[in-house]
Design a protein around this ligand. Structure first.
Ligand SMILES: Nc1ncnc2c1ncn2[C@@H]1O[C@H](COP(=O)(O)OP(=O)(O)O)[C@@H](O)[C@H]1O
Ligand SMILES: [Mg+2]
Length: 325
């Protein structure tokens, strides 16, 4: 059964790292990669992390993403200590609060865009109908309404990254972590992806993004500079990008009201094992069915819409942990 979890209030920081350290064994010695890093990121902030190669940026992101365990210090996500979780607890905490976006997209190559976005929902036990409808809605919001049945090798780099962003949004996490998401894209495509991040941030998502590109980092409200495993400096006060970027993309920023309209974050309820097995079975059957029928690619209305969070039905109207019994 799901543990009762208190919803984090909006004043709880999204991320609090206190004397956070990471070392790796290195031929009898310890290689100190992250050295007592203190960093607090408020909910709704957009923070860029910069620094030379090997300075510990990805290591920090992996710790915040609960993909790796700290060697020392504390790490809190949405008010909850996550540095010492078991593998199962870590998986549940990741699912409840984090979306990941990588430089190399990390999409499932044999799955369509739609299936890639539905996958995290299938694993979380969201019913077949709902995960389909939510995936369609999110793909439309990232401007891929007309590419849902395409596989990754039938998509451009920018489109692949949009699928990856849609997948990261599938369970409506409060925090998005992106490790050089524009690193494999040309500058125009990179700018489009950054415009999408800016929209997501305006709609209330907390974003932590590693980048090598000063121009990309300027989209963030703070730039944290790493050097040799430590924070070498933090710059703040970066302006929001000019609305021109949005006009080019055919949509208008919704700064005002969008963030306020965002419902307070609630942790995703934990599905029962029975429900998980059922969802996995349904997913398998669906894949088999898809493999059999090769219908025409449905064409949805092209163009992008302003991002509005597509909240799972089961995440509203009842308390955490309910609705799965
Ligand atoms: N699993 C690991 N084992 C040993 N050393 C590692 C491991 N992961 C990263 N490192 C080392 O930690 C340092 C920081 O790596 P990383 O965080 O990936 O840097 P950045 O993302 O800033 O380029 C590098 O020197 C790297 O070689
Ligand atoms: Mg890196």
């Amino acid at each position: 059964m799901a543990q009762p979890v208190r919803p984090a209030s909006s004043s709880t920081p999204a991320v609090v790292a206190s004397r956070l350290s990471k070392s790796y064994p290195n031929g009898g010695e310890e290689l100190q990669v992250l050295k007592e890093v203190d960093l607090t990121i408020a909910q709704g902030e957009f923070v860029a992390i910069m620094g030379p190669s090997g300075s510990g940026k990805s290591t920090l992101l992996n710790l915040v993403g609960i993909l790796d365990r700290p060697s020392g210090g504390d790490l809190r996500l949405m008010g909850r200590e996550v540095g010492k979780l078991s593998a199962t607890q870590a998986a549940l905490a990741r699912r409840a609060s984090l979306g990941f976006i990588f430089q190399s997209f990390n999409l499932m190559p044999r799955m369509t865009a739609l299936q890639n976005v539905m996958l995290p929902m299938a694993i979380a036990g969201v019913g077949r109908r709902e995960r389909h409808d939510r995936a369609v809605a999110i793909l439309r919001q990232v401007g891929l309404g007309d590419r849902m049945k395409h596989r990754p090798n039938q998509l451009s780099g920018g489109q692949k990254q949009r699928v990856a962003i849609a997948r990261a949004l599938a369970l409506d996490p409060p925090i998005l972590l992106a490790d050089e998401p524009t690193g494999n894209l040309d500058s125009k495509t990179g700018a489009e992806i950054m415009a999408l991040f800016t929209r997501l941030n305006a709609a209330g998502k907390t974003i932590l993004q590693v980048t090598h590109d000063e121009g990309v980092a300027r989209h963030a409200q703070r730039i944290v500079r790493f050097k040799d495993g430590r924070i070498a400096g933090i710059e703040s006060g970066h302006a929001r990008p000019a609305p021109l970027v949005f006009e080019e993309l055919g949509h208008v920023p919704a700064w005002s009201g969008a963030a306020a309209a965002q419902p307070a974050w609630e942790p995703s309820p934990e599905p029962s094992r029975r429900r998980l097995r059922k969802a996995e079975k349904a997913e398998k059957a669906e894949k088999a069915q898809n493999a059999r029928k090769k219908g025409p690619v449905p064409v949805a209305a092209p163009g992008t819409k302003p991002y509005t969070p597509v909240r799972p039905k089961w995440a509203s109207g009842h308390g955490p942990g309910e609705g799965w019994k």
